[in-house]
Design a protein around this ligand. Structure first.
Ligand code: GLA
Length: 396
């Protein structure tokens, strides 16, 4: 279904559910990260794009002091008072709505009641940031209804705060940032320390290539506990390297690869590998951005491949199924580079594929994977879209 028809479906469903037209409709996209994984919470660099999978919310203000939210996807309604601070016992899908409304008020923004209908098509648990899309859409909606003058960066920070504090997932800033600030046909190189960013045009169509995402069908298990463990191992690395170098360090961003190599033997093998991944990944991001800017997709692809090896062997966040898709992809003619994307432990891979090789990719890579893993894979050839926006007017 195209975006226009999804918007129309959400609009019509609102009309049917609440017997009135919505005052506004907002959308916010999911994302795929091209390179720079597990670097955001280490104050490093990331290079994501927003994809044409998104959360759409239709809403009108109400004066009941409540939020009434109907999920079209779950066919359920949650209703809560604006001053409530807890999660929903029956409707976990509503916690992102509750979390953002609560976080805004915690930051002293005055938020009025509203009635909303939501529907998303970012696959859940696949590492494509369905929750960031949802959170950013709710901030965008509340911003508009209450004239809060929240800019794109703060939209991302508020959405991240809701995820960290209300949902309880200690994610970095990447997913919410790209969902709020993406530009069409471009990736953002984000400096996760300063939150400065650069819009880098992809122009993949002109280069005869596409971004191809393959969902392994492995729902990310373990992700929260392992994610937190990786964060802790990285912090441990920073402390030890600070001592060893006698340099005050805030994060692995402060360490150069050459400096790290001098001291790595004094770290435990595990901590050394975690640090090596992050430090080398930061360098790969800056190299990859230069390669893209020089229209050198071949080098860009090689850096994606190297990123996967580092995530698999040093950071240990891949899984056998994802490794297999990556390996098959990398060997397929016309694939410039492939890697796991997102937090890991299942979910998706991302590849840059020549357009004339996409059909053979589907025909050869996917069946081999499905046969050996016994799982169903899905392939999305995605467009790179703009970040969160209001949809003006109601579709005809
Ligand atoms: C998840 C988190 C992000 C980032 C990635 C790994 O998507 O939400 O903040 O840490 O994992 O790069």
């Amino acid at each position: 279904m195209s975006e226009n028809s999804r918007v129309k479906a959400v609009h019509d469903a609102y009309l049917k559910q609440f017997h009135a037209k919505p005052e506004l409709i907002v959308r916010a996209p999911g994302r795929v990260n091209l390179i720079g994984e597990h670097t955001d919470y280490n104050e490093g660099f990331v290079f994501p794009v927003a994809i044409d999978r998104e959360m759409i919310i239709a809403a009108s203000k109400n004066d009941t002091g409540k939020v009434i939210a109907y999920s079209l996807d779950y066919n359920e309604t949650d209703s809560f008072n604006l001053n409530e601070t807890g999660k929903s016992a029956e409707h976990p899908w509503a916690d992102y709505m509750r979390g953002v409304v609560h976080t805004l008020q915690k930051r002293k923004f005055v938020v009025g009641g509203f009635t909303a209908l939501l529907s998303g098509n970012v696959p859940q648990g696949a590492g494509l940031s369905s929750s960031a899309a949802y959170e950013v859409a709710v901030v965008t909606l509340c911003n508009e209804f209450n004239n809060l003058s929240i800019n794109g960066k703060d939209t991302a920070l508020i959405a991240q705060q809701a995820e960290n504090e209300f949902i309880g997932v200690q994610c970095g800033i990447m997913d919410q940032f790209i969902s709020a600030l993406a530009e069409e046909d471009s990736a953002l190189m984000i400096d996760c320390r300063s939150l400065d960013y650069r819009v880098v045009p992809l122009k993949l169509a002109a280069k005869g290539c596409s971004i191809v995402i393959t969902n392994s069908g492995v729902r990310r298990g373990l992700v929260d506990s392992e994610y937190n463990a990786r964060r802790a191992e990285c912090s441990q690395g920073v402390q030890l390297l600070s001592k060893l170098t006698g340099k005050k360090m805030n994060s692995l961003r402060d360490v150069e690869l050459t400096e790290f190599d001098k001291h790595s033997a004094k770290l435990s093998d595990k901590v050394a590998r975690r640090c090596r991944h992050v430090i080398s990944e930061n360098k790969r991001v800056t190299d990859a951005v230069s390669a893209l800017e020089n229209a050198d997709l071949e080098s860009f692809g090689k850096l994606m491949n190297a990123s996967h090896t580092s995530l698999r062997d040093d950071f240990e966040v891949s899984c056998p199924e994802v490794d297999q898709i990556v390996e098959l992809s990398q060997k397929h003619p016309g694939v410039l580079g492939a890697r796991m994307t997102g937090a890991g432990f299942g979910g998706c891979t991302v590849a840059i594929v020549a357009n004339d090789a996409i059909d053979s990719f589907r025909a050869r890579v996917i069946p081999v994977y499905e046969q050996s893993s016994g799982r169903k894979a899905e392939v999305y050839v995605c467009a790179s879209t703009a970040g969160a926006s209001l949809i003006a007017g109601v579709p005809a």
